[in-house]
Design a protein around this ligand. Structure first.
Ligand SMILES: Nc1ncnc2c1ncn2[C@@H]1O[C@H](COP(=O)(O)OP(=O)(O)O)[C@@H](O)[C@H]1O
Ligand SMILES: [Mg+2]
Length: 250
């Protein structure tokens, strides 16, 4: 007897309208969860303050131990609610705001501003942040605010990978009719089996990561008509490359 092909008999592709509807609903769901979650957070803080007022020096040894255990459990719940909030915020950034507020922008200037902003944080991790910019301006039509967010995310990822002592270099240049921005680091690199999953939502190798940074970056770059890619050599470092269409002067 032939075995029914489960995939082809039951799988029905979603229409693009259904996908849009699903995206809208999941965004709304994330919003809906945010409000009760902040109520939970406020009340947890109040309980923590109440417990801090309980004098741990009085009472029998048994009740002192119970109090200490309750405080530890409360701390775990507070950490987990913080994490939930971080995931929700990351998710809302990932599904949210697709309309871009674009303007004619010199990518060299934009990169310079992000480098100036991030410089102190890099230094506090003993990381040398260097820039090597194209000698002439590179004009693209971009939403500066979201583009800066993308570059900042790449810097933060590089810093988290290096941890301490290393180098991050950002370069700009031309490649045909595109602008090319490369962020490379001297971190531990990424193993080849992980590379294909890097831009997928929720892929993370960090215990406190959400795995939404690169997925959001990809979405933003593609909304600008560009591309983002990664190359990495374990033990040597990683380089992310963004390509954006150059604005043809009119
Ligand atoms: N510069 C880098 N060097 C090494 N690994 C990286 C680098 N950037 C990203 N990664 C890997 O890609 C994963 C996904 O990154 P991201 O989407 O920003 O999520 P998160 O930072 O929350 O983990 C990281 O957990 C890490 O494993
Ligand atoms: Mg990240």
């Amino acid at each position: 007897m032939p075995v029914p092909d489960h995939d082809s008999s039951s799988k029905q592709d979603l229409s693009s309208r259904q996908v849009e509807e699903l995206a809208r609903l999941t965004g709304e769901l994330a919003h809906e969860i945010k409000n009760p979650l902040s109520t939970v957070k406020v009340n947890l803080k109040l309980i923590a303050e109440e417990l801090d007022c309980v004098d741990s020096d009085t009472g029998a040894g048994d009740s002192r131990q119970r109090l200490a255990r309750a405080k530890r459990k409360l701390t775990v719940i507070q950490q987990e609610t913080d994490r939930l909030e971080k995931i929700l915020e990351g998710f809302l950034k990932y599904v949210g705001r697709t309309e871009l507020n674009t303007a004619r922008t010199d990518i060299n200037e934009l990169v310079g501003e992000v480098v100036d902003f991030y410089f102190p944080q890099a230094r506090s991790h003993s990381i040398t942040l260097r820039q090597s910019l194209n000698e002439s301006p590179l004009i693209c039509k971009v939403d500066s605010a979201v583009m800066k967010q993308v570059l900042l995310n790449l810097f933060i990822n590089a810093q988290q990978a290096i941890d301490r002592d290393g180098e991050v270099i950002i370069r700009t240049g031309k490649s045909g009719t595109d602008v090319r921005i490369t962020v490379s680091d001297t971190g531990p690199g990424i193993s080849p089996d992980k590379l294909p999953r890097l831009f997928q939502p929720f892929f993370s190798s960090r215990p406190d990561g959400t795995g939404l940074g690169l997925a959001t970056a990809k979405r933003i770059i593609e909304a600008h008509g560009g591309k983002i890619s990664v190359a990495s050599e374990p033990g040597k470092g990683t380089a992310f490359t963004i390509e954006l269409p150059l604005l043809t002067e009119q």
